[in-house]
Design a protein around this ligand. Structure first.
Ligand code: TYD
Length: 201
C-alpha cells in the first residue's frame, strides 16, 4: 500500500519544527515506517539549492523556479520512491509554502505557481497538511528569541501577514486536506490535537 504524504506548514516562528519529530515518533510507535524530510532541500542537490535560496538575493521568479527545481529532485529521489514503498513521508514545508511565501509574501502570480505545481507534481498532493497558525507579531517575537534570521526570516511584519493570509486562503480552498493548529496553545494541547488526527488517517 502507498504511504501517506503529510506536510507541516506555517509562518516562520509558528512552531512546526517543535512538533515534527514528535509526530514521526508517534507514527513509529504504531509500527508505521516513517521518513522525515524538508523543503527546500531533502535531496543533495535540493540542499545546495536551499543554501542559495536562504542566503542569496534573487528575483521572485528565480526564487519560485528554484523552489520547484528543488521540489522536483526531492519528489523523484526521495518522496515518490518512499511513498511507493509504503513509507509515510513527513515533509517540513511543501508547495503550500510556495503559494504562501512566493505568492502571498512576494506577490507572485498564482496562475504561474499552479502551472509549475502541475508540471512538477502531476496529481500528487499531500494526504494531510497541518497549518501551524500564529499571528505574525507573535511569530516574530518567538523568532527573535530563537535564532539569527535567514533571508526569509528577515522580512518585515507586513510580509508575514501576507504569508499568513495566503495560507488561510489555501485552507479555505482545501478544507479536507488541512488541519489548522492554533499555535498559541500549549505544546500538550497541540500534541493531543495531532494525536487525535493521526487516528483518522
Ligand atoms: P524553514 O522551513 O522555516 O526552516 P528553518 O526552521 O530551518 O528556518 O525555512 C525555510 C524557508 O524557506 C522559510 O522561510 C520559508 C521558505 N520557503 C519558501 O519561501 N517557499 C517554499 O516553497 C518553501 C518550501 C520554503
Amino acid at each position: 500500500m502507498r504511504g501517506r504524504f503529510i506536510t507541516f506548514e506555517g509562518i516562520d516562528g509558528a512552531g512546526k519544527s517543535t512538533h515534527i519529530d514528535w509526530y514521526a515518533q508517534r507514527l513509529r510507535e504504531r509500527d508505521i515506517r516513517t521518513l522525515v524530510t524538508r523543503e527546500p532541500g531533502g535531496s543533495p542537490l535540493g540542499e545546495r539549492l536551499r543554501d542559495m535560496l536562504l542566503s542569496e538575493a534573487m528575483s521572485m521568479e528565480t526564487e519560485t523556479l528554484l523552489m520547484f527545481a528543488a521540489r522536483k529532485e526531492h519528489l523523484e529521489q526521495l518522496i515518490r520512491p518512499a511513498l511507493a514503498d509504503g513509507t509515510w513521508v513527513i515533509c517540513d514545508r511543501f508547495t503550500d509554502s510556495t503559494y504562501a511565501y512566493q505568492g502571498g509574501g512576494r506577490g507572485g502570480c498564482l496562475t504561474q505557481i499552479e502551472a509549475l505545481e502541475r508540471w512538477v507534481q502531476g496529481a500528487l498532493q499531500p494526504d494531510r497538511s497541518y497549518l501551524f497558525d500564529l499571528p505574525a507579531q507573535l511569530a516574530a517575537a518567538r523568532r527573535a528569541s530563537a535564532r539569527a534570521a535567514d533571508r526569509f526570516e528577515a522580512e518585515d511584519l507586513a510580509f508575514f501577514e501576507r504569508v499568513r493570509s495566503a495560507y488561510l486562503q489555501r485552507v479555505a480552498q482545501a478544507p479536507d486536506r488541512f488541519q489548522v493548529i492554533d499555535s498559541r496553545q500549549e505544546i500538550e494541547a497541540i500534541r493531543s490535537q495531532l494525536d487525535q488526527d493521526i487516528a483518522t488517517l
